[in-house]
Design a protein around this ligand. Structure first.
Ligand SMILES: Nc1nc2c(ncn2[C@@H]2O[C@H](COP(=O)(O)OP(=O)(O)OP(=O)(O)O)[C@@H](O)[C@H]2O)c(=O)[nH]1
Ligand SMILES: [Mg+2]
Length: 231
């Protein structure tokens, strides 16, 4: 009996070879899509939610319902590449100001919105920008993707903020200025897509820097990098 087995083992070695626990055929794992995190900031009533809902669902919401915080996710094609956008629509109302820091920290790019019909909302953009720079204190200004957005462009007859005034502030901050209307959809897609391109560029720069570790990074100019102080 033993010798028969031995003979078989010699002639048919494959039968006795140990089986692998798993098959060699593997299913392709779906590649995670790049995710870009956008934060909507600006004072109450300027149209952050209206812009977000117009971008997400192609609809204009007439009613004003102050937001606490809402998040949205959408799969889109950005310059031929499938990506996901995460939008965090924050509260402009002062009652929620205390929770903004945490939201801002998680953002990769910012749409800073004011209403062209309200001078005060334009003035407040400075405070929002300062808060973002404070929270993102491990980055220099030029490392933070940011767009200044003048919304309600359809209400030109009620305009309180001129294009020149807004452009001049944006130029001072070295960021783009774009006028939108959540009502007519003017420049709504452009704002989100332009910001995502900036986020993508910034991520590529950061990856490049990581891959070229050891090399001294060039001074990107602008504000020097600061250390964060956790209060
Ligand atoms: N005509 C016009 N009205 C707008 C536009 N965008 C928003 N509105 C209106 O302005 C009001 C406030 O808009 P919201 O999008 O809720 O404002 P918000 O910035 O999200 O406000 P908070 O959530 O309180 O921070 C609503 O009645 C909107 O319908 C716009 O582009 N044109
Ligand atoms: Mg809102």
């Amino acid at each position: 009996m033993d010798s028969t087995l031995e003979r078989l083992r010699r002639f048919l070695p494959s039968i006795f070879r140990k089986r692998r626990p798993h098959s060699r055929i593997t299913m392709p794992t779906p590649k995670a899509l790049p995710l870009h995190k956008v934060i909507m900031v600006g004072s109450g009533g300027v149209g952050k939610s209206a812009l977000t809902l117009q971008f997400m669902y192609d609809e204009f919401v007439e009613d004003y319902e102050p937001t606490k915080a809402d998040s949205y996710r959408k799969k889109i094609t950005l310059d031929g590449e499938e990506v996901q956008i995460d939008i965090l629509d924050t509260a402009g109302q002062e009652d929620y100001a205390a929770i903004r820091d945490n939201y801002f920290r998680s953002g990769e790019g910012f749409l800073c919105v004011f209403s062209i019909t309200e001078q005060e909302s334009f003035a407040t953009t400075t405070e929002f920008r300062e808060q973002i720079l404070r929270v993102k204190c491990d980055k220099t200004e030029d490392m933070i993707p940011f767009l200044l957005v003048g919304n309600k462009a359809d209400l030109d007859e009620k305009r309180q903020v001129s294009v020149e005034e807004a452009t001049s502030r944006a130029t001072g901050w070295k960021v783009p200025y774009v006028e939108t209307s959540a009502k007519t959809r003017e420049n709504v897609d452009k704002s989100f897509y332009d910001l995502m391109r900036k986020i993508r560029e910034q991520k590529a720069r950061e990856n490049q820097k990581q891959n070229g570790k050891g090399k001294k990074p060039k001074d990107p100019g602008g504000r020097p990098k600061r250390k964060c102080v956790i209060l």
